[in-house]
Design a binder for this molecule. Sequence first.
Ligand code: HEM
Length: 470
Amino acid sequence: MLTQSLARPAETLFVPASSPPLTRMVSLVTTARLMRDNPMAILPEPLFRQTRLTGPYLGRSVHQVSGPAEMKSILQDNFSAWRKSPLIMRMLTPILGDAILTAHGESWRRQRMTLQPAFLKRRLDRFAPLMADAADAAVETLNTPAPVDVHHVMNDTTFAVIERALFSDVEGFDRGEVRAAIEVLLEEIGRVRYSDLAPFPEWAPRLMTPGALRARKVFRTAADGQIRRRRALDDPGADLLGLLLKVRDEETGQGLSDVEIRDTLMTFVAAGHETTAIALTWAFYLVANDPDIQAALRAEADAVFGQGVPSAEDASRLLLTRQVIEEALRLYPPAPILGRRAVEDTEICGHPVRKGDVALLAFYALQRHETLWDNPNAFDPDRWSASRRPADRYMSMAFGGGPRACIGAQFSMMEAAIILSVVLSRLTVEPAHGDVVPVMQVTLRPRGGMPLRFRPRPWDRRASGAAQAV
Ligand code: HEM
């Protein structure tokens, strides 16, 4: 893989905010409180030096893992011995149904095989122009004298991208009303309640708030209407909804049902919008605090797409931009901890695991592990250059791993590269934040937002060209 080298002495690197690890034993009640408020706070300090810690939890064992071999053992080698954790299933299923993110066994396999072709690179390239349009709109919003909460703006930006990628055209559909409904549903998915932590069986229903029930109805009615309308057309279209209507399982020739398509639409919004927004938020924070990298990114944008906007092909040539995004994903994996439950007796790298045990895959600890990385807490995009990037793909896991690894990884890397590069080609960015505290609320977010100050590039050729024309 081609990459860009920008090696710098260790002592000059920016060391960004980190999440303080747990340094003491805590009671079960405190663990439950930390799980509800900020699950990052349960990651024990030794997990950044060791690769597995096993402890008791409600009559079972919990295995917290932070090594590449342990990750591979769970996600790849013993894949069928594990299922997503009951907590995550209870929170997601009422809203996402049995779509690809929450399905297991044959239902998951069929949906994954059917959907995979929709995410081939040549199919995704067509979305580059709408990503560039969304980036243009972000430039307009960020370009104000006062500090702007970049997390908020990136949320709007990536929402616009996923919504336009799913539904390029809609009829009888109020985009504003559906957006508001989706926000309510994402909020409902993300809020852990104490009752979610009780050891109820997975099938026990989760009570939804009346607002969330209403929002689910609004979303489902709107999506069902679009599916019906597109099915009636000769060509259902080239956006993601059109592709979902066309894709077939290669073995059986079977397509997705209307309910599966509807739940997949919601799944793509839930899995793809906030995750990409947060990756971009952290990337802007990092480059705001590292003027050298920022200047290098701007030079790369100038060299690759000049005064235009990046095409899909340009996006794959934005090598340093991609390295910065990879480094942001290492330091702040949007999904910092994944939970799994063993459905049969198994093992993690030779360590026995009983059916019913829980594994917490601590990507955050893996990706800042003291024994795996030089300067683990420093921002160093050069570690992703050709000569230094880790050979073991299980060392950096922001997109998960094994058969259930993120299906949207290429989509979001192209999106993030285009947005970061377009914004930095037009604006400079400086810190306007106080203390930065990463907390896990659905994704790994900066508590209270991420205010940054954006200004037009002093020598912006576009601006000076316009001035000369006047
Ligand atoms: C920076 C952005 C993203 C990150 C960090 C991310 C992260 C992840 C992770 C960690 C998983 C594995 C979950 C598990 O094994 O329990 C996953 C799965 C998934 N992601 Fe992403 N994701 C991102 C963007 C997207 C986008 C843009 C889409 C869709 C357009 C998407 C759709 C999915 C789906 C459908 C799955 C489930 C795959 C399966 O179970 O077979 N993601 N993602």
